[in-house]
Ligand binder design. Structure first.
Ligand SMILES: C[S@@+](CC[C@H](N)C(=O)[O-])C[C@H]1O[C@@H](n2cnc3c(N)ncnc32)[C@H](O)[C@@H]1O
Length: 259
């Protein structure tokens, strides 16, 4: 029985990338509109907060920036004021929208796009000064591998910024939020996107997602230090920032030579 449940969970995680890619593919054309409408445009403020916090943490001009799960490139475009950005995502329809937005923006030479999986990034170790990601972590089949990939492609001392949804702390706001999330949001999402499912998946994925303290611990295990979680809009969103410390594989290495 216990083994059966574990097998079911494993199957669920194995199917997750396919399910997630298909789901975002189905809503790509309406993603931006829904995002801004369902959050009353507060999502723009969260991305700006991420740019501001990371801006405080970088010491040199024009850092190389990677946006993982860039979707339609809102975060990549916002970060392009700090330095050149590569936005990667594994969903082609989302990247197609991103490509159009980048082409039409004044930042077209600052943002490049690439089809890639967050769990197997096609970049060498220590390729970037900054890694950012917004509302992607909860979609990953393996959050810890996601953090390890972020750490691997960052230079030591580089900055990490991760945005995710959270659960509000105050009971009344939490109740209202849960009610909106479970009853209103899936209905509006379905009406506008014309697809059943994705906006019902959102509340479930947020409710199942680990709390900020657990995220901090897991980012630490992946080799990040100075990790802080900022609660945005009463905890509806969480901004995790950190610095790339020693890669985990080197942590316990014993120095054998005396030099
Ligand atoms: C909720 S959207 C967020 C998009 C964008 N970051 C934003 O702030 O609007 C999640 C994005 O993550 C992408 N994604 C999810 N899992 C991924 C993975 N394993 N590799 C690459 N992209 C992934 C999805 O295709 C989707 O575009």
């Amino acid at each position: 029985m216990f083994k059966g449940r574990r097998l079911l969970q494993r199957n669920k995680e194995e199917n997750k990338p396919l399910k997630v890619r298909k789901m975002f593919g189905a809503i790509a054309a309406r993603y931006d509109f829904l995002n801004h409408a369902l959050s009353a445009t507060i999502d723009r403020r969260w991305r700006k907060a991420c740019v501001r916090e990371i801006g405080k943490r970088i010491s040199h001009s024009s850092p190389g920036i990677l946006d993982i799960g860039c979707g339609t490139a809102d975060l990549a475009l916002a970060f392009s004021k700090l330095g050149p950005v590569i936005g990667c995502d594994f969903c082609r329809p989302m990247l197609n929208i991103a490509a159009r937005k980048v082409r039409e923006s004044s930042k077209q030479f600052r943002v490049s796009l690439l089809e890639a999986d967050a769990l197997a990034l096609p970049f060498a170790d220590a390729s970037f000064d900054v890694v950012v990601s917004a509302f992607v972590l909860r979609n990953l089949a393996d959050i810890d591998l996601g953090f390890r990939e972020m750490r691997r492609v960052l230079r030591k001392g580089g900055a990490l910024g991760v945005l995710e949804f959270g659960m509000p702390k105050t009971p009344l706001l939490a109740w209202l939020y849960r009610w909106y999330f479970l009853n209103i949001l899936p209905e509006i999402g379905r009406m506008i996107s014309g697809v059943d499912g994705p906006y019902a998946y959102l509340p479930n994925s947020v409710q199942e997602f680990p709390p900020p303290e657990d995220l901090k611990r897991r980012a630490g295990l992946a080799g990040f230090v100075n990790i802080e979680c900022r609660l945005l809009t009463g905890g509806i969103a969480v901004l995790l920032v950190g610095k790339a410390g020693q890669p985990p594989s080197c942590k316990n290495q014993v120095r054998l030579s005396s030099d």
